[in-house]
Design a protein around this ligand. Structure first.
Ligand code: CA
Length: 413
């Protein structure tokens, strides 16, 4: 697939050349040389195990004062204060604020966490969690909390988005609690982006009002953001649809464009640049040529018979920037690396791969296409569950083995 991505990149480059050639005074235009470090100037990484011995840490948010907030799938939200003290803030018994409706099951539980853009002054924090406040089905929801100045208590719980699809009952393709999505991130536009999953349901990704298999974009109160451009008849909170299981959300450092990272079924992990109202092209229903347990065709086909992006059914679908060479390695979290300390990786997209136990580093060109891929080979081979770039410029990583790392970058000596 990289070959075809390269061909697209080449085509884009040719288009740029043609544009310059068409400009009659092209030879008088200032030509800015690239200022990036050479591609060989890879950073030297230093890894510290900041928080050891946790249980399924799932996401991380870092405050400017050095506090590290993290979720554990079956426990809830906690914080590591800058002095190393850990306080459990929200979740099961033992938390400062107990959520009696919270539970974990399968891949679901306390998933994403994000700090309010005004966190320094309002102390608002958001989590994505499974809730049995309603039953048959149970649901996922996004909850807003307010912390005290010292990060020891949580209060003012407000459930800003409820009724997010949860796989209540197992079926022929997997157990309950699967494919909940769960990543939440604020974009540079100040809106909260919420990645959800298809629940192993054939109809959810293309469904106009069910919120599974979507990226939602909402205000800090959970209302639809302006400019979502959802098609007529769609829930106005929907920013993009036709997703499988969005567990990576990242924003391009210069354009602000949102990107998703998603697991493929048994092929085609994808990274996709999003456009408002766009269709990501996943539609695991009504495939007569395939044998589909529980009517879910998602695992039944190939990149051509069950594509992650079906451009036959949806000719204007958003095309992926990267497809992991049409394999599936459990691609999950993603974040753009920014800052000169990242050397040649400044501006590249880091993608956590779980089954593949690696941190992929992608070069995304100006057209949203991956033109190069490498891996952070000096880091251990683990399941990379969460990636967050801290205000300190370090990369915070959660592993399924139960650790949270702080990784700093510097030029080679
Ligand atoms: Ca897709």
């Amino acid at each position: 697939m990289l070959a075809s991505l390269r061909s697209r990149a080449v085509a884009t480059g040719l288009a740029a050349v043609a544009l310059v050639a068409a400009c009659s005074n092209a030879d008088t235009l200032p030509i800015e040389p690239p200022v990036d470090p050479p591609a060989t100037d890879t950073p030297v990484l230093t890894r510290t195990v900041l928080i050891p011995g946790r249980s399924n840490p799932w996401d991380i948010a870092v405050a400017a004062d050095g506090a590290v907030f993290f979720t554990e799938r079956c426990a809830g939200l906690a914080v590591r204060h800058a002095n190393g003290t850990i306080v459990r803030l929200f979740g099961t018994t033992g938390s400062a604020l107990v959520a009696t409706d919270f539970f974990c099951e399968g891949q679901s539980g306390m998933n994403g966490v994000a700090l309010d853009p005004q966190f320094a002054s309002n102390r608002l924090i958001y989590v994505y969690m499974s809730s049995n406040a309603t039953t048959s089905p149970r649901t996922n929801r996004v909850v807003r909390l307010q912390l005290d100045a010292g990060y020891s208590t949580a209060s003012n719980r407000t459930d800003i988005v409820t009724g997010l699809a949860f796989k209540d009952v197992g079926n022929g393709v997997g157990g309950s609690g699967a494919h909940s999505g769960g990543r939440i991130r604020f974009g540079p536009d100040g809106f909260l982006y919420i990645g959800t999953g298809d629940n192993h349901s054939a109809t959810l990704p293309q469904h106009p009002t069910n919120l599974g298999g979507k990226v939602l974009r909402v205000t800090t109160s959970g209302a639809a953001a302006s400019g979502n451009n959802a098609p007529a008849g769609f829930d106005a909170r929907i920013y993009t649809y036709g997703h499988r299981n969005v567990q990576g959300l990242a924003f391009h450092p210069t354009t602000g464009q949102a990107f998703t990272a998603e697991h493929g079924p048994n092929h085609s992990d994808e990274v996709t640049p999003l456009v408002a109202g766009g269709n990501a092209g996943w539609d695991p229903q009504n495939r007569p040529a395939l044998t589909c347990p529980s009517n879910y065709c998602g695992y039944a086909g190939s990149p051509t018979s069950m594509p992650m992006t079906d451009v036959v059914r949806f000719p204007s679908a958003m095309l992926p920037a990267w497809t992991n060479n049409n394999t599936s390695q459990g691609t999950g979290p993603a974040v753009f690396l920014t800052g000169t300390q990242w050397r040649a990786w400044n501006g590249r997209l880091a993608v956590g791969v779980m089954g593949g136990t690696r941190l992929a580093i992608l070069t995304i060109n100006g057209s949203g296409v991956a033109t190069n891929e490498t891996s952070a080979t000096t880091l251990p081979a683990v399941r990379y569950r969460a990636l967050t770039l801290g205000p300190d410029g370090a990369l915070y990583i959660a592993t399924d083995a139960g650790e949270i790392w702080r990784v700093t970058a510097a030029a080679a000596p």
